[in-house]
Design a protein around this ligand. Structure first.
Ligand code: G6P
Length: 608
């Protein structure tokens, strides 16, 4: 993870733009941050606070320079301490920032230590800084290239040195990095968002690229074997958007994003006329005809979107569908089938495990790939044959909300397309499903109106240490998502179970102290779910039930019911997740947590 920004300019102090860039990249990690500049040598300011405090420190220290690098960290090697914060220096010679993990850093560290190098941090990054210096004989580019020939792992780096006040060398392998081309200045960043307003000309570096940046221009080299060959890369003219989105009447981005869902879902459907494979790309028609299996790969909340849609794809399109956690799939021996549609689902399109899993599937001969993603320029979209771009808009809260419901919207649309191609969708069903889908934004608005009732529940949840979530069928992944939301932002331990599995273990946990959140739509499993609720009641468990209007479930001594406005048939999961998001949000807020930046987490996980 981590966010990096670098700049070299002929005519201005780059520190304000570096700090601005860091603020926009804080979603990538916020354990610590730092800026280094060239100003008659190497100067830096580092902090374990947020970028806003770093900025005050920078003003106090009057840090300025025409060349600089900046970093916001999500800790992997070494605690979030100032000594582990980037930029790392090697003596007074080399300054370096890094996003990623250097896998063989221990052996290199030992070698360098044997040569007398002193280390001041526990990071893998500092090792790389010293390795560059070890190879430095007056040519920074050559030293970085030589160092990169030694390291294994994933990285996006930016380096400068004391002897060269204008040159920044950057490189990427497995972690995102984009160049920005200015007038008399050059930039690099983990995300174009960091450079919004500074330039509209961008170059997406490819894996193995090293770029030599000077204010007046740049040269890119591709790492092939141990050689670095000069290459050209396309310059794209595009407007980058910053995440400097107004909060409006909301306290947090998460709350704002929960309430944006009707708009986000409507936007995701905006360009959809009829149900046709071309919505997913020119070749989708042929591909959908050819495949006879679906394999979905994702992480976190996106994984739960995949898990939900498995129920749709099998029930409506009649296609066998497997769902895998990316970090598991990429390392296990699986049986590839080239007639599989491999679908990666990702808000960011940059999650390292999902991206690697996509490449792994392709290496196994499965070339029919589709990415459902919220960022059209992301690596996953670029790597896939087909794509569907959700229109959630920039999501800032680390806990994903509107990305999830727009993913579900896209996945339902995909289900209909697959069903149509496979001859399993009558004109009448198509019409009925599409009407239902187009009505979702309105239905979500009605659910959002339940907020005051959910706040009353959150008051009680705030003092709890554990919570259990139950669902059945297609609402089991919704229970999983509800538990994930609660644990990641309120820090209350939460687990989700398919309700029928309760008696095989988790029932042992049930007593008066544990709230049991139950997702209770009026579907064919309702009676079974009611029996599971009785099992909880008999053990004096406290049930908190989100029940569809016509379920007959009423509040009583140990059962608290919030009534959902309407039953929504196959699209019910999209509605039932909304109150679970609200419950997590308000519980975390009452507990005084930093809702948008929960401890130890980051929005975009670009390391393994
Ligand atoms: C992180 C985020 C989650 C997200 C997951 C996958 O863990 O905090 O909200 O679901 O990454 O991210 P992706 O961008 O691939 O959907």
């Amino acid at each position: 993870m981590c966010g990096i920004v670098a700049a070299t300019s002929k005519h201005r102090n780059v520190v304000p733009l570096l700090v601005q860039g860091l603020k926009r990249l804080e979603y990538r990690g916020y354990d610590s941050c730092g800026v280094a500049v060239w100003n008659q040598g190497l100067k830096r300011v580092r902090s374990v606070s947020r970028v806003s405090e770093l900025s005050e420190q920078i003003s106090k220290d009057q840090l300025q320079g025409f060349l600089g690098i900046a970093h916001t960290r999500w800790a992997t090697h070494g605690e979030p301490l100032v000594c582990n914060a980037h930029p790392h220096f090697s003596g007074d010679q080399i300054a370096l920032i890094h996003n990623g993990i250097i896998e063989n850093y221990e052996e290199i560290r030992e070698e360098l230590a044997a040569k007398g190098v002193q280390f001041t941090s526990q990071t893998d990054t500092e090792v790389l800084a010293h390795l560059v210096r070890d190879n430095y004989t007056g040519d920074l580019l050559g030293a970085v290239q030589a160092a990169l020939n030694r390291v294994r792992g994933a990285y996006a780096i930016a380096v400068f040195c004391k002897d060269d006040p204008h040159r920044v060398v950057v490189a990427r392998q497995g972690s995102p990095l984009v160049l920005g081309v200015g007038d008399g200045e050059m930039f690099a960043a983990s995300d174009t968002m960091a450079l919004a307003g500074e330039t509209d000309r961008f170059i997406y570096l490819e894996d193995g690229d090293v770029a030599d940046l000077m204010p007046q221009g740049y040269q890119i080299y591709s790492h092939q074997g141990t050689e670095f060959i000069a290459v050209e890369r396309e310059v794209r003219q595009m407007e980058a958007f910053s995440n400097a989105v107004e909060l409006g009447p909301y306290r947090h981005y998460m709350q704002k994003e929960i309430f944006e869902q009707p708009r986000a879902i409507a936007d995701t459907l905006e360009a959809v006329g009829e149900v046709t494979p071309t919505l997913f790309g020119e070749k989708a028609g042929e591909v959908f005809k050819e495949i006879h299996r679906v394999l979905m790969i994702a992480c976190g909340t996106s994984y739960y979107a995949a898990l939900t849609s498995k129920y749709w794809i099998e029930a409506i399109a009649g296609i066998p569908c497997d769902v895998e956690i990316a970090s598991e799939y990429r390392y296990r021996k699986s049986v590839p089938d080239p007639k599989t549609l491999v679908i990666t689902i990702s808000q960011s399109g940059e999650t390292a495990d999902t991206l690697a899993a996509l490449k792994h599937a392709r290496d196994l001969g499965m070339t029919q790939t589709l990415t459902i993603c919220n960022v059209s320029t992301s690596a996953m979209v670029r790597e896939s044959l087909l794509r569907y771009i959700t229109r959630a808009g920039v999501e800032i809260g680390v806990a994903s909300t509107k990305a999830f419901t727009t993913q579900l919207t896209a996945l339902f649309l995909l289900t209909l397309c697959l069903a149509k191609v496979k001859g399993r969708l009558s004109a009448e069903s198509e019409d009925r499903y599409m009407k239902l889908l187009r009505h979702v934004p309105k239905a979500v608005s009605a659910v959002l109106a339940l907020e005051p009732q959910v706040i009353a529940w959150a008051q009680r949840f705030a003092s709890k240490q554990h919570a259990l979530f139950l669902g059945r069928g297609i609402h089991y992944p919704i229970a999983l998502e509800g538990a994930l939301k609660l644990k990641e932002i309120s820090y209350i331990h939460a687990e989700a179970y398919p309700a029928g599995e309760l008696k095989h273990g988790p029932l042992a946990l049930v007593d008066e102290s544990i709230p049991v959140v139950t997702v209770a739509p009026n579907d064919e499993l309702l009676e079974k779910l009611k029996s599971n609720m009785k099992e909880v009641e008999a053990r004096k468990g406290e049930l908190y039930v989100f029940a569809d209007a016509d379920t007959g479930l009423e509040s009583s001594e140990h059962i608290h019911v919030i009534r959902m406005p309407e039953n929504y048939g196959p699209l019910s999961p999209i509605l039932h997740v909304i109150p679970l998001q609200l419950l997590a949000y308000h519980t975390a807020f009452i507990r005084g947590n930093d809702v948008d930046k929960p401890r130890n987490l980051a929005k975009s996980v670009t390391v393994e």
